[in-house]
Design a protein around this ligand. Structure first.
Ligand code: HPA
Ligand code: ZN
Length: 351
């Protein structure tokens, strides 16, 4: 349709994609073969005889995620199982480079011109992967993508909030060697009973060191309004620099005011919310935020575990959900450029 045309053509910025959430079944299969291990999926005894079987397992994450709200925590666990089980195939510099290059190629084909992918270092160092293999692999792909695909990037290092603040701090210090590659610090993984304020010391230090700061406020999490309030107004002095997700802010007029007055921007990944919320309730809240004048951009989260929904699919879904016009969609793309942490010259080149 014509919608697809405009959304595909416009130069884009991707600000919420987990690089580990772009591990396709094809690449998982290839890496398993490379290392002589079984391409399992982290859910019990499943063994996959063929690539097609593995592809079907990816499809199952997706379909189970779209069941009604009852049993929602089971389905969230299923997402995390699928997501984290992919980590163990990432071992060498070449693996990390292949993963990132696979994403950059796809992104470039969708006319993404700049992106800030997340990575989860704790999920790799805990398995004995060296910082050098991980970061040199990412860097190799990043440079190749810039030179050959005309796509610029900068990394956001996420900490696993269900692990200790001490572990996060140790990783933070180890990563300072790679500071040139890393533009921001984020917070992801299971948010249940893990408020952002647990990482106050880390965020304060990271801001002093010149990093930009963001944190996930996942949709439908217990205490979500409290978590959003911390991110918007209290952590590291007066709040962080961006909010990842945070759609539940739409239910609270005070939070909306706060976010708008601070000029805070939000990365919204509509497909990700379908695993926990109804289409109508997502659509309504997205509309509320946009109509309130909050800076929102559309992003994709973990595309391979969410129905193979990349940035263009999320933009199409958002457009339909909100009934947005082409010019409203373009405005959201402009927001993504403005709220990005790209250097001014890179921003100018995209706009
Ligand atoms: N939420 C929290 N952690 C994550 C997600 C998410 O949607 N995707 C990858 N890590
Ligand atoms: Zn995310």
């Amino acid at each position: 349709s014509s919608d697809d045309g405009i959304i595909l053509k416009i130069p884009k910025v991707e600000l919420h994609v987990h690089i580990e959430g772009t591990l396709t079944p094809q690449l998982r299969w290839k890496l398993a073969q490379r290392h002589g291990v079984k391409p399992h999926f982290g859910n019990g005894n499943h063994e996959f005889k063929t690539l097609e079987d593995l592809e079907r397992a990816y499809d199952d994450v997706i379909s189970s995620a779209q069941l009604p709200l009852s049993g929602q925590s089971d389905h969230l666990t299923t997402f995390f199982q699928a997501y984290y089980s992919g980590f163990q195939f990432l071992r060498t510099k070449r693996d990390f480079s292949d993963l990132a290059m696979d994403y950059f190629s796809r992104a470039a084909a969708m006319n993404v011109r700049y992106c800030e992918p997340f990575f989860d270092p704790q999920g790799h160092t805990s398995r004995g992967v060296s910082w050098a293999d991980m970061m040199d692999g990412f860097k190799e792909a990043q440079e190749k993508a810039a030179n050959e695909l005309n796509i610029q990037s900068s990394w956001i290092m996420c900490f696993l909030r269900d692990q200790s603040p001490e572990s996060a701090m140790d990783h933070y210090k180890a990563a300072l060697k790679y500071k040139d590659m890393i533009v921001g610090i984020g917070l992801d993984s299971n948010e249940h009973d893990r408020p952002p304020c647990l990482f106050e010391e880390l965020f304060t230090l990271a801001r002093r060191d010149g990093f930009k700061l963001t944190a996930h406020c996942d949709v439908g999490v217990k205490d979500t309004h409290c978590h959003i309030h911390q991110v918007a107004a209290t952590i590291a002095g007066s709040g962080l620099d961006r909010i990842d997700h945070g759609l539940n802010a739409a239910e609270d007029a005070m939070l909306i005011d706060l976010i708008r007055h601070r000029g805070l921007a939000m990365t919204i990944c509509p497909w990700a919310y379908l695993r926990r919320e109804t289409y109508g309730s997502i659509a309504e809240r997205l509309r509320v935020l946009v109509d309130a004048g909050v800076k929102v951009c559309i992003a994709s989260d973990s595309p391979v575990y969410m129905d193979d929904s990349w940035i263009i699919h999320n933009m199409l879904l958002a457009k339909r959900m909100g009934g947005f016009t082409d010019s409203e969609m373009c405005k959201m793309v402009r927001h993504s450029v403005e709220m990005s942490w790209a250097k001014p010259a890179v921003k100018l080149a995209i706009m």
